[in-house]
Structure formats: C-alpha cells, structure tokens
Ligand binder design. Sequence first.
Ligand SMILES: Nc1nc2c(c(=O)[nH]1)N[C@H]1C(S)=C(S)[C@@H](COP(=O)(O)OP(=O)(O)OC[C@H]3O[C@@H](n4cnc5c(=O)[nH]c(N)nc54)[C@H](O)[C@@H]3O)O[C@H]1N2
Ligand SMILES: Nc1nc2c(c(=O)[nH]1)N[C@H]1C(S)=C(S)[C@@H](COP(=O)(O)OP(=O)(O)OC[C@H]3O[C@@H](n4cnc5c(=O)[nH]c(N)nc54)[C@H](O)[C@@H]3O)O[C@H]1N2
Ligand code: SF4
Ligand SMILES: [Mo]
Length: 741
Amino acid sequence: MALSSATHTLTKTAGTALNLTAGIARKAMGTEPVPPGFTGTRLGVCNLCEAICGLEFTLEDGKVTGVRGNDADPLSHGHICPKGVAIVDIYEDPDRLRHPVRRIGSGPDAEWVEIGWEEALDRVADGLAAAVNMHGRDAVGIYLGNPNAHSLGAQTHGVAMIKTFRTRNKFSASSVDQIPHQFVAMQLYGHQLMLPIPDIDRMSYFLVFGANPMASNGSLMTVPDFPNRLRALKKRGGQMVVFDPRRTETAKVATAHHFVRPGTDAVVLLSMLNVLFTDGLTTPPAYLDNVAEVERLVADFTPEYAAETSGVSAEVIRQITHEFAAADGAAAYGRIGVSTHGFGSICQWAIQCLNILTGNFDREGGVMFTEPAIDFVAKKIVGQGHYDIWRSRVRGVSEFAGELPVSVFREEITTEGEGQIRAVLTLAGNPVLSTPDGKGLGEAFDSLDFMACVDIYLNETTRHADVILPPTTALERDQYDLVFHALAVRNTARFTPALFAKKKDAMHDWEIFRELAVRTTARLKTKKPLSKRLAERAQLSVSPAILVAALLAAGRRTSMRALLRNPAGVDLGPLKPTMPDRLQTKGKRINVAPELLVADLDRLRDSLAVPATGELLLIGRRHKQDCNSWMHNSERLTKGKPRHQLLMHPDDLAARGIESGSLVQVSSRVGSVVVEVSGVDDMMPGVVSLPHGYGHQVDGTRMGNASKVVGVSINDLTDPERLDVSGNAALNGVPVTVASA
Ligand SMILES: Nc1nc2c(c(=O)[nH]1)N[C@H]1C(S)=C(S)[C@@H](COP(=O)(O)OP(=O)(O)OC[C@H]3O[C@@H](n4cnc5c(=O)[nH]c(N)nc54)[C@H](O)[C@@H]3O)O[C@H]1N2
Ligand SMILES: Nc1nc2c(c(=O)[nH]1)N[C@H]1C(S)=C(S)[C@@H](COP(=O)(O)OP(=O)(O)OC[C@H]3O[C@@H](n4cnc5c(=O)[nH]c(N)nc54)[C@H](O)[C@@H]3O)O[C@H]1N2
Ligand code: SF4
Ligand SMILES: [Mo]
C-alpha cells in the first residue's frame, strides 16, 4: 500500500474527530444506540419500501419484542404493513452474513469460508485493481441494486466510491425501473430528478396507469398509508380510475378499472391528449413552448385508433379525458407497468402533458414538486442528467446520466475485445433475479476474472462472487431518507439514529465503500497524486450523519438539532406551487415537444399491430408480503397460501386444454420455465402474470426459509433486447407461449 500508516491515520483522524463530536452531542440528547439489556421503547424507521413509515420498537432485555407504526410521525401517521414488522427478522436472521466470506471451488460444490475484514477488503481491492491495471478502467463493471436508495450511507458514500473507478460500465436497477421518468424530467423540466408528485390528500381525480399501490405502497410517490388516503379521497367524492391488464388489489378499490393490453398505454395516453385538443379542454400555463406541435403530433392518435390495439374503447377514452379535465384537482400517474414497458418514456411524457395541459401541473390537488429539507436539485448535488454522451461497446446503446442499461451487462462481459468487463462489483443488488435474462447474466458472471459483492446474503447473484462483504443492516444504521423525502406527498424531514450499536467486528456500508475506494486506488498503476488521494480518504471518512447535518444547515429548512429533538420527524407543510421559478430549463420554460420523444413516435406507430390470435403477453406482479427478491427468509412473510403461480384467464386455459393448478411450460424468445398455473378472471384475456423475485432453487444457494419458497424467475423469460428509448428494460408485455408441462 502506498499510503504510509501515518498519513493513513492523519486523514482518518479528520473525519473521526468530527464523527466523535457528533457522537458526544448525540449522547447528550439521548439518541445513542440502546445499551445492552435495554427495556423500553425507541423510535425507528422502515426502509423496506418507498413509504418510509415511522416505527416504534418495544424492547425487552435488549431484544425487540414489538414493532408498531409511530402515530406521531408527520408523514406516516402510525401506518405499518407486514413487511415493517418483519424488519426485525433481517436483524435476527441467522442466515444473514455477518462476516466477509470467500468462495473456494465453484458451482454446487463451492465452499464459503469466513475471512477477516482486512483480508477481504485487500482481496477485493487486488481483484478490481488487477482488472484495471491489465485492461483499463472499463474492465470493472459495477451494478447498484435497489436497497442503495434506502440506505443513507450508500447514498452519501456510494456515489463517491464509484466515481473513483471512472468506468463507463456502470449499471443499476434504475434501468429496470424508473429511468423513463428521469429521462422525461430532464427534457421537460431541465433536471432528471424533478419528478412531480400527485397531491393525493387534496385531489379529486386520480388517474393511475400500471401501478398497484395497495400492494407496493407507492413508488415515485412516497405515500405511507395509501389505503387510508384513498378512503379519504373517495369520502370527499373523488374518484380513482385504474388502467391495468390485471384487476389488482388497487383496481378492486378503484371507482373504475379498465383492462389495457400490455405495452399499448402510450397510444391510449396520446389519444387522451388528442381528445383534449379536439374537444377544447386545454388550459396550458404561459411558460410552455410547442403546444401546437404536440397538437399536431397527436392528431392521428384518435381514440378509435387507440381502441384498435389497446382493448380500451374509444368511448371510455373520451369519457375519462373529459372527467379528468373537468375535475377540481386531478393527477395522472404511471408506474412500473408503464415504466418498464417498450414505450415507457412516451407514457411518461404523455402523462406529464395530460397534467400540464389541463392546468393540473403545479397546482394544489394536482401534481407538484416537493421542497425537501435537502434539495439536491436546487443545491446541484446531483447533475441534471445527460444522454448519449457515449454508447455501449457491443450494442451501441446510449448511456443515460452516466449509466448504461443493465440489459447490456451480459454482452459487455461475454464479448471479447477492448473495454470488455473482466471484474464485477455489485452493491446491494440481485440482478440474476431482477434483470432480463438474469440466468444468462449469472452464467456470464462465472466467466469473470473476479467478482465481489457488498451484500448481506448468499443468493442467486452473490454465489458467483469470489468475496462477499456484508455491511450492517437497517437497525444498526442512522437513517435519513435523502431520496424519499424528495418524492413524498408532504414535505417532512426525519433523522433516525441507529437502534443498535454496530457489533465489534462489523462495518457499515459507507465504511466498506471508503476502504474499497482507498485500497483500490492505491493499487492502480496510474495513480492519482497523493494529495488527491488523501483528500478523498478524508472526505470518505466523514460519517453520513455529519454530511446530513451539513446539508440540512445549507438548506435552512430545519437542522440536525431540531431533528434529534423530534425523532418522530418534523412537518414542513403540504406541497405548494413553485413554478416556473424552480424550472432548471433555459429561460424557465417547458418545451412540451422534446426532440428525443417526438422522434420515438414513429417506432410506436410501427410497433402497433392487432394481436395475433392465441398470443399471450407476460406481465409482472408484486405482493404486499414480498420485497423484490430478498425477503423470503422471513417466515412471517412467506407463510400462508403460495403466491408464485402464473395467473391466466380461465378462457385462455380452456383454449389450451389446461387445468388450473397444473404445471405449465412458459416459453419466450429467451428461455423457458415450468410453473404452476392458476386460472383467475382478474386477468385480462390474452395476458399472463408472474411475480418477480422468485426462483431461489439454484445450487442450494439459499439457506433457511427461502430455500423452501417455490417459484420461478420471471426474468428467465424477459428479454434484454426489448428496450425503451431511454434504455430502460421492457419487462412487461413479453410475448410468451403456455403449454401443459
Ligand atoms: N420482471 C420484473 N423484474 C423486475 C421488476 C419487475 O417489476 N418485473 N422490478 C424491478 C425493480 S422496480 C427493481 S427496483 C429491481 C430490484 O433489483 P435489485 O436491486 O437487483 O434486486 P433486489 O431484489 O432489490 O435485491 C437487493 C439485494 O440487496 C441485498 N440487500 C438488502 N439489504 C441490503 C443492505 O442493507 N445492504 C446491502 N449491501 N445489501 C442489501 C439483498 O440481499 C439482495 O441481494 O427489480 C426489477 N426487476
Ligand atoms: N410489497 C412490495 N412493495 C414494493 C416492492 C415489492 O417488491 N413488494 N417493490 C418496490 C419497488 S422497487 C417499486 S419500483 C415499487 C413499484 O410500485 P408499483 O408500480 O405500484 O408496483 P407493481 O405492483 O409492480 O405495479 C405495476 C402494475 O402494472 C401492471 N402492468 C403490467 N404491465 C402493464 C402495462 O403494460 N400497462 C399497464 N397499464 N399496466 C401494466 C401490473 O399488473 C401491476 O399491477 O414497489 C415498491 N414496493
Ligand atoms: S409500507 Fe413500506 S415503509 Fe411502511 S412498513 Fe410497509 S414496507 Fe415499511
Ligand atoms: Mo424499484
């Protein structure tokens, strides 16, 4: 190592001194972790979904014996779901990794041995640095999974760590999730993170495309206790209209539900814009450009045209558009069903236009931008986003905001040549289950020179690693939701100190990130100057809590002191109109017809064909008790009726002579799985559904309860070739065949 131990200590000390001072302040306020054997109650927070519910833990003799929602929380008001209770299962799970492990051998015979942190971190730094030294920067591929958005340390230190690698081969779960939203926000509002939020507590009309908040608890809309907020909306005389190819839990409590053929929402949405113009229903604000261009572009997307392929009648499209435009406060909203979709970006664009052109953008009861206590748009903490500055090596797919679509990950590993990925680092991700052709990606991982994972479980992805580095988990970490306060239906702020002290031989994610950055850069052939590396080390040694304190101070809406005094959180008021001042565009105007989206309309037209008879389209599904791919070790979440089945309409079963409850073979261009089928008339005819995050039965990877959870991975069927213009994967609407197995 090039850093002498003296300089090492010196730079670490700068950070440690600050961290210590903060520790003393906390002690004075009684917000340090509970002492051993503690009996009493403590406030906490759930980080398992975007609803960020405030919790209250009851402890007896140092053990959690009860978890309930915190009534005093200004955002979640006491709400909790089954997963919130299960957060303790993660902390207590005997199968969770608590020490670094190293793999010896491979496949079913692999052995995993515990090693010390020093050895583990050095091994990872050796592996990553070797790839860079031999093959260049792009030889390291990095994948960030969803839990990074839910951990403060990952937010404050993850990005800085990844930057030190300077690789173009950066991937994340964002490209199987919300990239179209960011892509459209960048073009309309001038910043990828300017995402308008439905004002659910004051609206009277909620138009929902492809979201199931009754199961998911909301996404890109932090909305704890969605069921109650919806009840209040209906009590006010308001309506919720849902478009979904499955009659979901949300559709069942809506005032109206319409089936829509997967992948065709873009046409339905554009035809709603068409109706706005032809029926004179637009009331655009003054800061728009190119409204007439939108009118021209949607002229041939008539409701009749949309009805042909979408299965939604022209009459319904007209009626809903009129209701929407007439409502006193309406919001159109679309999520995974239309984000991970061949035309996710056009859907998001049309949804924004629907809100903007009807005067529901930036108004109470419509959609508005949040004013979070830590505002990374205003403070320029996150860049505004960029597109197509470079392209992927093999398929030539455009980057967005510095990331490549995860759909090209596999080919970048397996295709030889300059820039080929030779080593992979995953951070809190399980792409083998969560990305298209996950199985193929898993096989590709086996061809790498080196792989390391920062993860708390041995699972379908991490089993391919040479070394796994497990950080502390939610109950042992300080939490401030940098992301989700900025997406919430009300402005609030909350800092939650760790409930338990970290174990002696444990590391927080941010500490692991610091060590990876420092140790890898020290091993590189082309080294940065020592002064630069020391500065990096000092910066990465400051704890997340201190960084939050500094960011809060800069934002001046509240302070760390106020948050420590009010651990339930502070209320900063309802959302309010702020336009056009906060637009990040030139001249503070919105161009409603951005070039990249307009250019994609031809691809949409070309894709529209009346479905072939007998064709089935596969879509995904979430359940209240699942958490993407990784909470199946919790017995309390997995007991009860199995829910892994392929759902299919009884008529589609009958047409194929298949019995409900039997095993079927589902095949796509990419792969084939055998799974139990269940006939339900909640499915739109011609559409079948599988949940994602299942398929744990590989090589005895999973231990404990998860090894008993049956089901297959939907992503062994989804297709990495199917992309939105933004690079997002089109996971929904995959053509499949189903036959008796
Ligand atoms: N077909 C289909 N596929 C989908 C989706 C879909 O709707 N349909 N949804 C997509 C969406 S929206 C998302 S967000 C992705 C998710 O994709 P991923 O993020 O790749 O997958 P997760 O299942 O969230 O896996 C999280 C991983 O983080 C680990 N982990 C959990 N907590 C921590 C922690 O605190 N620290 C660390 N270091 N690791 C931790 C878990 O063990 C697990 O390995 O899946 C996507 N895939
Ligand atoms: N319990 C639970 N909660 C979660 C998660 C979880 O795994 N479990 N994951 C979290 C994550 S990472 C995210 S991103 C959010 C996602 O939050 P949501 O988007 O609300 O969740 P989904 O259940 O995936 O809802 C997508 C809906 O789209 C429908 N759909 C599929 N294809 C189409 C289509 O072509 N058109 C239309 N109109 N609809 C379609 C599906 O039937 C489904 O009902 O949930 C979060 N919350
Ligand atoms: S709704 Fe989400 S944040 Fe709230 S308890 Fe459930 S999983 Fe946790
Ligand atoms: Mo997600």
